[in-house]
Unconditional design. Structure first.
Length: 82
């Protein structure tokens, strides 16, 4: 995971709090921060962070467009803000 993304996530939530919301161990979240988030956990991670981080930011290889994976209601709000 890129350093700037790690920083952005750590400003939103601690690893322990994030792990609690995701129902996993803090060590799992730490591993993701050191390498990458598994494909099947990307959307859960973004939801746990209240979509302040997008799937594109977490795994651009899986979500190549900015709004890929973002729920429709948020996508519409973001388009209205732009």
């Amino acid at each position: 995971m890129k350093l700037d993304l790690k920083g952005k996530i750590s400003k939103i939530s601690s690893q322990a709090a994030l792990a609690s919301r995701l129902g996993c161990k803090q060590q799992t979240v730490s591993l993701w921060m050191k390498s990458s988030v598994p494909a099947n956990n990307v959307l859960d991670l973004c939801a746990a962070l209240e979509w302040q981080i997008t799937p594109h930011e977490v795994r651009p290889d899986l979500y190549p467009n900015k709004n890929d994976g973002v729920p429709d209601f948020l996508r519409k709000n973001r388009q209205n803000e732009a």
